[in-house]
Write a protein that binds this ligand. Sequence first.
Ligand code: NDP
Length: 597
Amino acid sequence: MHRKYAVEREKRLRSDGIRQWRALDGIVASADTDPFTAVMPRETVHDHVEFLFIGGGFAGLTICARLKEAGFDDFRILEAGGDFGGVWYWNRFPGAMCDTAAMVYLPLLEETGHMPSAKYVHGPEILAHAQRIGRHYDLYPHALFSTHLESLTWDESASRWIVRTREGDKFTATTVAMGTGPLNRPHLPGIPGIETYQGEAFHTARWDFNVTGGDWDGGVMTRLADKRVGIIGTGATAVQCIPQLGRDSGELFVFQRTPSAVDVRGNHPIDPQWYAALEPGWQAKWLRNFVQLQATGLAEEDLVHDGWTDGAKRIVARMLASDKPPAELTHADFMAAYHDSDDEQMTRIRARVDEIVEDPQTAQQLKAWYRQYCKRPCFHDDYLPTYNRPNVHLVDTDGRGVERIDETGVWVDGVHYELDVIVYASGFEFNSEYTFKSGLEVYGRDGRTLTETWAEGMQTFQGMHIHGFPNLFIIGHAQGSALLSNITSNYTDQGFTIAAILGHLRASGARTVEASAAAQAAWVESVLTVPKGIVGGPDCTPGYYNNEGQHEGRRERLNSGRFPGGSLAFFDYVADWRTNGRFEGLEFDGAAVPPSG
Ligand code: NDP
């Protein structure tokens, strides 16, 4: 089995690594076009705000909600889309749903009084929740939608940021936070001839319902009924939309480079009576329980009970079953337990393919030969049965990918597949240059750009503060809690941090806050001490989790680094850090907060 893992990985290694991708422009609708909201003309803005948030997804929503709770009102949210929602605004592919349980993924459930309809919920419900947060906290008047940040420039003399947008706005902000998401710029595979295709084509992050018919709610895509449709890519997105494309397309051709590992979904509705009986404060308790189980594999109960917590419990059970006393267990013991538990898990997931897919050759081609956390684990109950439909054809490329594209279709292994529509389920920029990934530039002290500053990898204190970029906060997961299994949890916590720092700025009258050079250098070094965990890994099949299988140097390790103690320890550390009043590592007007606070 492990030999086969190595052989399959070898087939997929490419010398161009992360340079294999290209931008959407000139091939399909650009990432900057908004197919969902007509852009309304408005006056340009030329004023000053105390705080600006870049991005109207769950990061911006949760952080601005916390600011409202803390009594701040002079802020603005800048968002490229026509409404709140971020990733859930843009990714309207049919079947889109969140793989993380709604009880922990959807932020501010208690505050907004919303009960998720099911354990795992679909995109439209998630987008509606984003909008609900916007209404509940009265954030709409603060938003500038359909607006693209062009640059942020630090004005040293005025101690504020100058904000320019592509729409012609130019205003200033005392403080700025950026929450543009880890995967926000869709990209295409650099397949030869991709620009020559004459049929209809779009990326899943800009789904074109004019071409397909139907809607995001699962309405039948009637315009595909007599069409030959191709989908390129079989990652987490494709796994969710292929069942619906299979249902509605005349013929569907799935072009696969690497199969996803698809486990049982096991969704179920939430019982309103059970939900109503939850004690106040339940969501914080669930969030902590979810993180604790993944960090330690141990907790009195498993409230979320999903693939993430199950996996952690299995690994820890194996470690505890070893002869060594728990105190002597090392990272190597952890990795060995993970490998054993993963062998068992992946063997079961591959057997599941044989149980469901009727054609033996198709079943064989749908099996994933790598460890589960080499790629985003998938969970779906309708994906594999779709391959039993007579109109659905798996075109496996044996790890090589689509050979080329011409005016009328796709070539694989010398065979031409004529297509009316191509859907690119080809993912997003990751690890690429900052300006390319975000589409904007940030100019800090002395005009130094963030692209230059991070050319050799992310440099931060706590993943949030950057020396040389005063009054700027990065909202994300890298170099902090790095809780990938529940991205919104990182943001909910960071909301408290931002509110505490802005509160201190106000109370102290300081004009600037910035990470000290020493604190940042120490933080960066501590991030580098963290051994590679179970996500990605040098012997994994290539993907964005492991720099497409290429050597992961200092730059890549910094870009995906985390706090040495893990997510739970980070949340505990930062909760104490922001409440003890000292903000160690930050300087306000160039000086540390005195010990008295
Ligand atoms: P991915 O980057 O995961 O998938 C891109 C796909 O395109 C891969 O299957 C890739 O193959 C394939 N591909 C690339 N080049 C070629 C080629 N030349 N020929 C054929 N196939 C090719 O993007 P997704 O949009 O699927 O997912 C991105 C992320 O979004 C996920 O990892 C996850 O974090 C998030 N997501 C989360 C969901 C959730 O429930 N929370 C749902 C959907 C997405 P290969 O594998 O060989 O590189």
